[in-house]
Design a protein around this ligand. Sequence first.
Ligand SMILES: *[C@@H]1O[C@H](CO)[C@@H](O)[C@H](O)[C@H]1NC(C)=O
Ligand SMILES: *[C@@H]1O[C@H](CO)[C@@H](O)[C@H](O)[C@H]1NC(C)=O
Ligand SMILES: *[C@@H]1O[C@H](CO)[C@@H](O)[C@H](O)[C@H]1NC(C)=O
Length: 266
Amino acid sequence: MRSAAIFAAVLGLPTALASSCPVEDNTIVAHAGTPVGKEEVHNNVTMYISQPDEDRRRAKPDTAVLYLTDVFGLPLLENKLLADSFARAGYLTIAPDLFSGDPALGDINVPGFNTSAFLANHGPEVTDPIIASTISYLRNELGIKKIATTGYCYGGRYAFRFIAQGKGADVAYAAHPSLLGNDEILAIKGPAAIGAAENDGMMPPARRAEIESLLGQAKQPFQVSLYSGTSHGFGVRANVSDPVQRFGKEGAFYQAVRWFDYFFYH
Ligand SMILES: *[C@@H]1O[C@H](CO)[C@@H](O)[C@H](O)[C@H]1NC(C)=O
Ligand SMILES: *[C@@H]1O[C@H](CO)[C@@H](O)[C@H](O)[C@H]1NC(C)=O
Ligand SMILES: *[C@@H]1O[C@H](CO)[C@@H](O)[C@H](O)[C@H]1NC(C)=O
């Protein structure tokens, strides 16, 4: 008997229901290998596009995941592989190049890299139009009707910004968001979930509590999950040789997929 069937039997569930649950399918996450998507330029934005296979796409035809990267952007292999994992979960997934070919260096601690200058050059006035162009491409050229944002560190803030009124996305997930403002939380008009790291200078426990309170005030469905033994960045750049970090990274991914599946297909 397969493990899903055993699980179903123990819980008294119909087997078909239990085995169709994507959350139990651990083969959709890839931590290593070659990206399967491709980069294309649309609306003057370079986009990494990862397509589900036909069977999976048929099950989720009108929805897409808009993947908003950390400061390392598209050159970081883990970003492309994680976008591919969302495609294997059935979602057409597009990650725009948020930095117009000029992402942060591999390690923001390298001498000479000025993080405050980098962030000052990539504020909402620069980044919002790139994301808006990507949403326009998804909706107007690909006919996508519902969009989920998933954002990591730098991109987490934008995952929230784009479920505000009239911004074009419907549901959001953010792992360890950086610089997420109170006003940006209060402005959400769709469900929002967060995956938080135990050790995160950008979101220490007191800030996490504030964010939870603001989510309550925003009056939208929300979920905040805290992963022990993890640090800022774990949703993308975890050391997957360490079982604790691997669990956190996969947990954050499945948390996002379940969140999107629930609000799009429940
Ligand atoms: C296209 O994007 C580049 C930045 O990557 C920008 O400098 C340029 O002005 C844009 N062109 C148009 C026509 O929007
Ligand atoms: C980093 O950039 C900021 C402006 O964004 C500037 O004020 C500061 O002097 C720079 N630091 C260094 C070490 O160059
Ligand atoms: C990753 O985790 C493994 C297992 O805990 C450890 O042996 C290794 O040193 C870690 N690698 C880095 C770069 O921290």
